[in-house]
Design a protein around this ligand. Structure first.
Ligand code: SF4
Ligand code: SF4
Length: 468
């Protein structure tokens, strides 16, 4: 495996310490999302579809560090949004390095060259750039809906490697993947000098623009068996061998949803990095108040049935490796033998505080409860009409039985209103997860392709029109 020994030791000793302390639930990787803004709009991404006032927000470094201390994970993954667009990324990384946390800065690398030239970072064994690369040039540019991104990312990888940074790649796979092209891409990345490759099937985000190309469990097994058949000796994977065996269908793992928790602008995401069922204020609240038995494939939860994403299963693999002789032996065998061998307690439907008197009251309350549930799921602003006549607009991120929390569209501070104050909810804002961007991209992509095939010169295209 490509992971340095010091990092493996940090994780192993941390897991053993949790065992000594008899902690049943702990995190190995904290997914820290300091912003939700991005300079791409990838087909399989369900993270960035928010109104502009949410996309403009950034986490305070002090809040991020508090989350890091609270959960104690030895590894901090910084996704987003695009973390290189975060104005305090240099300061955050410096503070994490000071705390000896191993950082995986997940970036699409469009701004990497610029940030390196600006001297925002310093090479360190604690800092790895984890570059989003969904395959070779054509596959990657199509998946991220912008031509020219592969070349830009490759240029930045070469620069970062040359400057002595740790670099690995992170590839999300969908059903349209080209196996041979992806294998060639693995070789290309290793030739560039990256430390290791990481992969995961895409999660079927309900909010992602492209809903047609997510992998089922069976297809995932077949795809990874094909991809990893007779692996080239130079391929190095920067992830647990047991997780890779799981992806190939050789090993059964159950999800550990608390293993890679996600701290965002809204708080601790419930229950995992992928599902958004409200937010807890603290790590302990997330651990204590989540009904964990309702998640993971074994629970029967339909949202978990096809999920094989690293954030749910890597922690299981790590736990097995360091918690049982069998798991450790299997990891060693796979390594040596190669691959072929913030607030709100729950989201229960809100009870309306007003006393029920008539049939029409009951209907009105049921309708309002339905609207509030929809507001929690909505990736746009909603408008509340309150009992005192006030009308307020904002983005809802938490719904409890007696209150709603939201970011007002015209004020910086979070606001909480009692459900009993709400008379109606209007979905007046645009839902940014309406899928229109994907349809528009496929249409433009096919038109450009047809023109090129007919010999016409077509400039690089993308969902965003500004130059790369
Ligand atoms: S690079 Fe793509 S997947 Fe990553 S946050 Fe941006 S839009 Fe989402
Ligand atoms: S199976 Fe996937 S979606 Fe379900 S709880 Fe685990 S990580 Fe989350």
């Amino acid at each position: 495996m490509a992971v340095p020994v010091s990092q493996m030791w940090a994780v192993a000793s941390y897991v053993l310490k949790q065992r000594i302390l008899r902690r049943k639930r702990y995190a190995t990787v904290l997914m820290l999302e300091p912003l939700l803004r991005c300079n791409l709009a990838c087909a399989g991404c369900g993270k960035i579809q928010y109104p502009a006032h949410i996309l403009k927000k950034e986490m305070e470094v002090a809040d991020a560090l508090r989350a890091v201390e609270e959960c104690g994970a030895p590894i901090i993954s910084i996704p987003g949004g695009e973390p290189l667009m975060y104005s305090k990324i240099g300061e955050l990384v410096k503070e994490l390095v000071k705390r000896k946390k191993y950082i995986y800065l997940c970036t699409n690398a469009l701004l990497l060259k610029q940030r390196l030239e600006e001297g925002v970072f310093t090479p360190s064994k604690y800092l790895t750039f984890n570059v989003h690369m969904d395959g070779g040039r054509e596959a990657h540019d199509f998946a991220v809906c912008r031509e020219g991104t592969y070349d830009k990312a490759e240029e930045a990888i070469k620069l970062a490697v040359g400057l002595g940074y740790r670099v690995c790649t992170n590839t999300t796979l969908f059903s349209h993947v080209n196996v041979e092209g992806t294998r060639a891409f693995f070789g290309r990345m290793m030739d560039l000098g990256v430390e290791g490759l990481t992969m995961s099937p895409g999660y079927s985000y309900q909010k992602a623009p492209d809903q047609a190309n997510f992998l089922s469990r069976e297809k995932t097994f077949n795809l990874f068996r094909d991809l990893l058949k007779d692996p080239e000796p130079k391929w190095q994977f920067n992830q647990s061998p047991l997780f890779m065996e799981f992806l190939m269908g050789k090993l059964h793992l159950e999800c550990t949803p608390w293993g890679n928790p996600c701290y965002t602008l809204f708080g601790w995401q419930k229950p995992c990095y992928l599902l958004q069922e409200g937010y807890a204020d603290t790590w302990q609240e997330l651990l204590n108040d989540t009904q964990w038995e309702n998640y993971g494939r074994a629970s029967g939860n339909s949202k978990c049935q096809n999920c094989m994403v690293h954030c749910g299963y890597e922690p299981t693999a790590v736990h097995q490796t360091f918690n049982s002789a069998k798991g450790f032996a299997r990891t060693v065998a796979a390594t040596l033998g190669g691959l072929n061998s913030r607030k709100g307690k729950n989201i229960t439907p809100p009870a309306v505080g007003k006393r029920i008197e008539t049939v029409s009251d009951v209907q009105a309350q049921a309708e309002l409860s339905g609207k509030l549930q929809r507001a929690l799921d909505y990736r746009g602003d909603v408008t509340f009409q309150l009992a005192d006549g006030e009308v307020v607009e904002g983005f809802v991120f938490n719904l409890a039985s007696d209150s709603v929390e939201f970011f007002p569209s015209k004020a910086a501070e979070v606001r909480m209103i009692p459900v009993k104050m709400i008379r109606d909810v209007d979905f007046t804002g645009r839902d940014f997860a309406d899928g229109k961007t994907w349809e528009a991209w496929v249409q433009r992509y096919n038109e450009a392709k047809a023109k090129r095939e007919a010999g016409e010169k077509v400039e690089a295209i993308g969902i965003f029109s500004e130059p790369l």
